[in-house]
Design a protein around this ligand. Structure first.
Ligand code: NAD
Ligand code: UD1
Length: 346
């Protein structure tokens, strides 16, 4: 079964491709390579001894996208393509709304035109903003605090409207899973693919890995005065392969829904437990034996104290549960970092 993966060359994309191949699906990649390289896909081809059809295409290119759907018998779409840097979204909101929202509209129009109605969308825990209660359930208030988060919420609403529209339709009823990711980290255990951020990493895990490898001098911990157990921020880190397998579980769910029934469900993908920055550092040092120098600095603007999921809906609806622990997350990150000090090396 052929599944189109937009943004398939990116960090979550390559791991999702691996999970799809592991489960016997045929992924077809669409990516404009604006934040990735083709090398990750090439490495999976080598690892799995297979060929992955890849189109260098911007999802806003309606004509090319239609051609790709027409050339392949696509049964479903995993839509990961988008821009994701919170700070950049504040300084350049138009690019974020254009790429994320307009790009998704082009994709949805193409799908509707060609009768493909199975969609998995990569949303984010950022749609919850600063949560009132923890753990966060899917019906919590949605209050994104930056243009990136707003763009994710807008797309969720568009998807919901589409599913509502087809509730009474006779064919092509939309079936959509809106996956709200918490904090994906780690890499496939092969060490051949991983997170390869352009420039200095924004996120804590790749930053720690680059300090440990000597590329960066020290970690700045953004705030040690949060109302948490040790004063540093708490997040729900999830192994990227668990997240990738969550996409396959969501795909199976979507494909199992009867043709005339439409569905659009928001589903948290997290582990349900929170880890502070200091705890993350200490697990990293224990697992790798490498010391990571750090200093405390001011809180990062827009950051929240604590955020972790209630992942029970994913379990009951999709039969999926994260299975890899923090030790695996950090040791797989470190294997990738050690084997690929310059990432994909381009
Ligand atoms: P990434 O930047 O590594 O991957 C995104 C991919 O999309 C890149 O390969 C990029 O080249 C491609 N792309 C961007 N705009 C495109 C366009 N217009 N047309 C075609 N391709 C385009 O990011 P990622 O971490 O793999 O994230 C994947 C998705 O998951 C994103 O939508 C992101 O917002 C979402 N997400 C990520 C995280 C995270 O922590 N990584 C958390 C929550 C949600
Ligand atoms: C960030 C984004 C979020 C996005 C997520 C995954 C912001 C405000 N939020 O989330 O929208 O979905 O990435 O891409 O950017 N930290 C440090 N030092 C660092 C980096 C981070 O102390 O150099 C701390 C942060 O303050 C936080 C924790 O580490 O407490 C995790 O940070 P990060 O990895 O950036 O993820 P989020 O802030 O959860």
């Amino acid at each position: 079964m052929k599944i189109l993966v937009t943004g398939g060359a990116g960090y979550i994309g390559v791991h999702t491709i691996l999970a799809l191949v592991n489960e016997g699906y045929i992924p077809i990649v669409v990516d404009n390579l604006s934040n990735s390289s083709i090398e990750g896909i090439r490495r999976i081809e080598k690892l799995k001894n297979t060929t992955i059809k890849t189109y260098i295409c911007d999802i806003r290119d309606a004509e090319y996208l239609s051609q790709i759907f027409s050339e392949n018998d696509i049964q479903g779409v995993i839509h990961l393509a988008g821009l994701k840097a919170v700070g950049e979204s504040c300084s350049d909101p138009i690019s974020y709304y254009d790429n994320n929202v307009s790009g998704t509209l082009v994709l949805l129009k193409t799908m509707e035109k060609l009768g493909v109605a199975n969609l998995i969308f990569s949303s984010s825990a950022t749609v919850y903003g600063n949560p009132k209660t923890l753990p966060i359930k899917e019906d919590a208030k949605l209050f994104p605090t930056n243009p990136y988060g707003q763009s994710k919420l807008m797309i969720e609403k568009i998807c919901q409207d589409l599913a509502n529209k087809t509730k009474l339709a006779s064919k092509n009823a939309w079936k959509i899973a809106l996956l709200r990711y918490f904090n994906p980290i780690g890499a496939d255990k092969s060490g051949v693919v991983g997170e390869d951020p352009k420039g200095t990493p924004n996120n804590v895990m790749p930053y720690i890995a680059q300090v440990a490898s000597g590329k960066l001098e020290r970690l700045s911990i953004f705030g040690n005065d949060y109302p948490t157990k040790d004063g540093t921020g708490i997040r729900d880190y999830i192994h990227v392969m668990d997240l990738a397998e969550g996409h396959v579980a969501a795909l199976r769910w979507v494909l199992s829904i009867k043709p005339l029934i439409s569905e659009c469900r928001a589903i948290n993908l997290g582990t349900g437990s929170g880890t502070s920055v200091l705890e993350l550092l200490s697990i990293f040092e224990k697992e790798t034996g490498v010391k990571v120098p750090y200093v405390y600095s001011l809180r990062r603007s827009g950051d929240i104290a604590s955020c972790f999921a209630d992942p029970s809906l994913a379990h009951s609806l999709l039969g999926w549960k994260a299975s890899r622990n923090m030790a695996q997350m950090v040791s797989d990150t470190w294997r990738w970092q050690e084997q690929n000090p310059s990432g994909y090396g381009e």
